[in-house]
Design a protein around this ligand. Structure first.
Ligand code: RIB
Ligand code: CA
Length: 317
């Protein structure tokens, strides 16, 4: 049985790495991309999603999401990290297709009614669309197979402030609502993404093994890696957004911890992830009534890298 997935995304270079993996993996059926602001503005994310899917010959739908956070003003997109076009200045031909008539939240509602219990939503941008989804149809929590979120930082520092990770920082109210909901959620924070580095040699190998998917990804990674090298001294780039997909296909590469989660929604620590391990108590009232979720707290980088390379190589035919 293939994994039916919808990726909620702000493409975005590591988003493109995740979309390519979903396209290449024989056990994944990519139903749709739903778009959100973050690395780019929402309309640019829609443009990029349509372009990627047509460039790679994939028939999945694209449904456009919210253009601003639930309540706070939008932050400036991460053009410094992902380039002015979201693809590290790599030119992907514009799509001739159009976005779906439904917006992101309504698309997921309709799809979850069409395939009750079968769809996994992989959210790899700010969580505004998922928060809107919960507002419009609270019963959706029982119709999705899983919600896997790339976001937050549990035992690690943040990447946009000392305590906040970008996706949570870009809409902390939405992130807090999503983590409070009683759906089968797995969180993939920086704790499981930062141990993995796509080096230039690795990306060149991906491009050699799979030119169609790998050549644009390797070119985008060059831009992305310059940011990591100059700001973090890392010899490559971190494929944050692939982790939710890899949890589905190679779960043995990850170590999990269970507990309740919340997000700071104002003040100097805005966007910080708060974690209370399962079975423990504390004076923090923010966890009252919240379910425990699974958190991916570490990754075996060798297992992850071997899987990514194998999937891209096998897909090349
Ligand atoms: O913090 C990393 C996350 O922020 C990734 O999803 C990346 O694409 C950016 O959206
Ligand atoms: Ca992203």
């Amino acid at each position: 049985m293939k994994h039916k997935i919808i990726i909620d995304t702000d493409p975005g270079i590591d988003d493109a790495m995740a979309i390519a993996y979903a396209v290449a993996h024989p056990d994944i059926e990519l139903l749709a991309l739903t778009t959100i602001f973050g690395n780019v503005q929402t309309h640019e994310a829609t443009r990029n999603a349509l372009a990627l899917l047509e460039h790679w010959g994939v028939a999945a739908d694209v449904a456009e999401g919210e253009s601003a956070p639930l309540s706070m003003p939008a932050n400036e997109p991460s053009y410094l990290v992902h380039g002015s076009n979201g693809f590290g200045e790599v030119d992907i031909p514009a799509s001739t297709r159009t976005k779906h008539a439904l917006d992101a939240a309504d698309y997921i509602i309709e799809a979850s009614k069409r395939y009750p219990g079968e769809i996994t939503v992989c959210a790899v941008g700010p969580l505004t669309n998922l928060a809107r989804l919960l507002e419009r149809d609270p019963d959706v929590v029982s119709r999705l197979k899983a919600v896997i979120v790339m976001g937050g930082a549990v035992h690690r520092k943040g990447n946009v402030t000392p305590v906040a990770e970008a996706n949570f920082w870009n809409d902390p109210d939405a992130a807090d609502a999503v983590l409070a909901a009683r759906w089968p959620l797995v969180l993939a924070p920086l704790d499981c993404t930062m141990p993995v580095v796509f080096t230039p040699d690795f990306m060149q190998s991906v491009a050699k093994e799979n030119p169609a998917l790998g050549t644009p990804l390797a070119a985008m990674a060059e831009f992305y890696a310059r940011f990591y090298r100059s700001h973090l001294g890392i010899g490559g780039c971190v494929p944050h957004d692939v982790m939710p997909l890899s949890w589905l296909t190679v779960p043995g590469a990850f170590r999990l911890q269970k507990g309740a989660l919340a997000v700071v929604t104002d003040g100097p620590a805005i966007g910080q992830t708060l974690f209370q391990p399962g079975g423990t108590q504390s004076r923090a009232r923010c966890f009252d009534g919240r379910p425990d979720h699974m958190v991916m707290v570490d990754t075996d980088p060798d297992m992850f890298l071997a899987d990514y390379m194998m999937v891209m190589t096998r897909h090349a035919g």
